[in-house]
Each structure stands twice: as structure tokens, then as C-alpha cells.
Design a protein around this ligand. Structure first.
Ligand code: ADP
Ligand code: MG
Length: 378
């Protein structure tokens, strides 16, 4: 690996909340290959990606079974599980790519947003490999990577576009000028859509993660059985709110007080109807705001990523509305909706732009939730 400043395209910017150095790294062969590491929440994942972008090898070790009995992700369990899995996962990704570490041009790692302990495991692993093998370090913003999953799947340029990320922690709209410039347009002011799926599933006695189990139950239910609120749907702001919806489901199940939801005796048809009505309300809000963002921004392409983008009803409604509005729609394929390292291929774009990080790169945990529209000046 040779570091050189000779290329004219060297760039310097702040990337992923860290100081980024200005440098250009050349691949020693025609194809740039990057090892991407993802440990932001509860999936330990690694992938080797190349120009195209192409996927040369990938692994996702899910932790669903470890968190299931708690009905949500337990941060300490997640970081401990990452520690156990990170090295075998990286080894396996390289083995599947049939590459050795010295044949990789850079190591990329998602350093924001996410759980502190989880992010640190991936970050330390990436830095260690960089030091040991003399490779440059690339920072990946996990939310931007969710949108980049659409670019990978489309196999063509998707920028500029409106990006909608709907995950367990985030529900956010961005104006994505290119793979490096994302401008926040709006987002949830309370719960994320995925979080609402998980919490409502728990109330209904459905297994974790809630999204897939609500979708399954909803298939037998009537989406008009209950009329749940669609917060902010007629509001000019590009923001979302799901906590009122979650509370409305809760009061549909049982009266005030602190009920033990595990002891509720709900009939399968009630559960199916509540799941279908809840799902329809979330989908209505998500689809309406995505269309509103397209009209307000004047952009014609919509890219949708994140775990909730795996929802079949959501995908169906997005397709209908995009067709009616004449918009170009790219939804991440099912495999790239929930957390994975393949979407870290956004690092190829940063690498090409010379956006290499110093080895004191930090993790920036928590949620990326800029101020709601009402408090923004622009
Ligand atoms: P995060 O990065 O915040 O951990 P992910 O992008 O991994 O989130 O997505 C996980 C979320 O996606 C969970 O809240 C889960 O319930 C939700 N989810 C997964 N599949 C579906 C589905 N089919 N329908 C709705 N939500 C889903
Ligand atoms: Mg995610």
C-alpha cells in the first residue's frame, strides 16, 4: 500500500464527525477493495467490497436470539457478543472474498450513530487492522450507509435523491446531493418507526424483533379495524411522531394504570387487527412524508433504507405512490435493509475522494437527531 499526494483529486472535509485528513491512497491494482466493519447495534458484520460497487464477501452474525427474551437490544450483551464475534466474522468475510488482509486497500468502519460499547468494538478492530497492516482508515456514517444500500442494489447512480431512513433508532429524511453530502430535512420528534414496531409487538405479545412479527400478524388482520392516529400527516414540516400512535394502541388493549402486558388475554383476531391497523398507520405517515419531501425538494428520486424498509406493506404502498407521482423509487433489497456491512461500500466513495481518517478517530454514539423542523432556521 502506497500513500501519495500526487493525485489532483485530494479532498479535505469533516466526515462522520471526525477530523478527516487530506490524502489520496492508490490501490495497487485496478480494483479498490475495502474491508467494511459494522457493529453499531446488535449485528456483527463484515464485508469486502470492490469498485462497482461489487460485493466480494460478506458475513452478518445476528444477535436476535440473545436479545429476544428482553424484548429489545441490551447494550452490554450486544457489545460483549460483538467482542466474541468480530474476529471470526472478519476472517470469514475475507475467506469468502478469497483475499488476504494485505490485498485490501483500506479498512472502513461505521463510527456513528449507534450504541457506544458496540461502536467501540468495531472501531478498535478496524484501527488495529490499520496499524498492523498499514492500511488507511475510512469512517462510515451508518445512516448514510443505509441509503447507499439503494445505490448498491440499483447498480446505477441514484444521487441526487431524497433519502428516507426508517430503522430501529431513526426515521429521517435527507436531501442526498451525492454520496458525501447529506442534508437533514426532517425526522421523528419522539420514537423511531422501528422502535414503535418493537414496542407495539411487545404489548401484543408478539416476538422480538417486532417488525417482522407485526407484519406476519397483520396479514390476517383488518387494517381498518381500529382508527389509530396519523400524527403530523397534514403538517408542512417533514417530521414524524410515533409515540402517540403507540399510546393509542396501548389504550386499545387495556385501560389506564400499569398493566402487565404479558398477562393480557388477547384473541388472535384482536392481535391481527391491532397489528394491521397499527402497521397501516405507520405506513401512511412514512409514505405521505416521503412524497411531501419529494415535492418540497423538487427531487425526483426516492431512496429508502433501514430495517423497516423490509416491511411488505410499506414497500407496496411506496411503489403505488411513486408510480402515481411519477417518481423514481429505489428501496434497499431485503437483505440490505437491516444492519449489514455491505452498505459500508459508501466507503469506496470516501476513499476515492481521499477522505481518510486519523487513527484517533472517535465513536459518536447515540441517535443522530438534528432539531425538529420547528426549531430549525432553514
Ligand atoms: P437499527 O440500525 O436502528 O438497529 P435496523 O436498520 O437494523 O435498525 O432495523 C431494525 C428495525 O427494523 C427493528 O425495529 C425491526 O423491528 C424493524 N423491522 C425489521 N423488519 C421489519 C418489517 N418487516 N416490518 C417492519 N419493521 C421491521
Ligand atoms: Mg441500522
Amino acid at each position: 500500500m502506497m500513500r501519495t499526494n500526487s493525485a489532483a483529486s485530494a479532498a479535505s472535509t469533516r466526515g462522520c464527525d471526525g477530523e478527516t485528513t487530506s490524502a489520496v491512497w492508490h490501490s495497487k491494482n485496478d480494483m479498490t477493495r475495502i474491508l467494511c466493519i459494522e457493529t453499531t447495534c446488535d449485528e456483527t458484520a463484515a464485508a469486502v467490497v470492490g469498485d462497482g460497487p461489487t460485493v466480494l464477501g460478506e458475513v452478518v452474525a445476528t444477535q436476535d436470539a440473545l436479545h429476544q427474551r428482553f424484548g429489545g437490544v441490551v447494550p452490554e450483551i450486544a457489545s460483549r457478543a460483538h467482542l466474541e464475534r468480530i474476529l471470526p466474522v472478519i476472517d470469514e468475510a475475507l475467506r469468502r472474498a478469497q483475499l488476504r488482509l494485505d490485498e485490501i486497500d483500506a479498512v472502513a468502519v461505521a463510527n456513528t450513530p449507534g450504541l457506544a460499547g458496540s461502536l467501540l468494538v468495531g472501531l478498535v478492530a478496524a484501527k488495529t487492522l490499520c496499524v498492523a497492516c498499514g492500511k488507511p482508515l475510512i469512517a462510515v456514517n451508518h445512516l448514510q450507509a443505509h441509503i447507499y444500500a439503494c445505490r448498491i442494489a440499483a447498480g446505477r447512480e441514484v444521487f441526487p435523491c431524497v433519502g428516507l431512513i426508517v430503522s430501529g433508532g431513526h426515521t429521517s429524511l435527507y436531501r442526498c446531493r451525492n454520496a458525501l453530502e447529506f442534508e437533514f430535512l426532517g425526522g421523528t420528534i419522539d420514537d423511531a418507526a422501528g422502535e414503535a414496531f418493537d414496542k407495539v409487538a411487545q404489548m401484543l405479545g408478539l416476538p422480538f424483533p417486532g417488525g417482522p412479527s407485526i407484519q406476519k400478524a397483520a396479514a390476517q388482520g383488518n387494517p381498518r379495524a381500529f382508527s389509530f392516529p396519523r400524527a403530523l400527516i397534514d403538517d408542512a414540516r417533514l417530521d414524524f411522531s410515533f409515540s402517540g400512535l403507540k399510546t393509542a394502541v396501548r389504550y386499545q388493549l387495556v385501560g389506564p394504570g400499569k398493566p402487565d402486558f404479558s398477562k393480557l388475554d388477547l384473541s388472535p383476531q384482536f392481535v391481527a387487527d391491532a397489528a394491521a391497523s397499527f402497521q397501516e398507520a405507520v405506513v401512511d405517515c412514512l409514505v405521505a412524508k416521503a412524497m411531501q419531501a419529494l415535492r418540497a425538494s423538487g427531487l425526483s428520486t426516492l431512496c429508502v433504507g433501514g430495517g423497516v424498509a423490509a416491511n411488505a406493506r410499506f414497500r407496496e404502498r411506496l411503489e403505488d405512490e411513486a408510480r402515481k407521482g411519477g417518481f423514481d423509487l429505489v428501496i434497499a433489497p431485503l437483505k440490505l435493509c437491516t444492519d449489514n456491512a455491505v452498505m459500508g461500500a459508501i466507503a469506496l466513495e470516501r476513499f476515492r475522494a481521499g477522505l481518510v481518517e486519523p487513527l484517533d478517530l472517535d465513536a459518536f454514539p447515540g441517535l443522530l437527531r438534528p432539531k425538529p423542523s420547528a426549531e430549525r432556521t432553514t
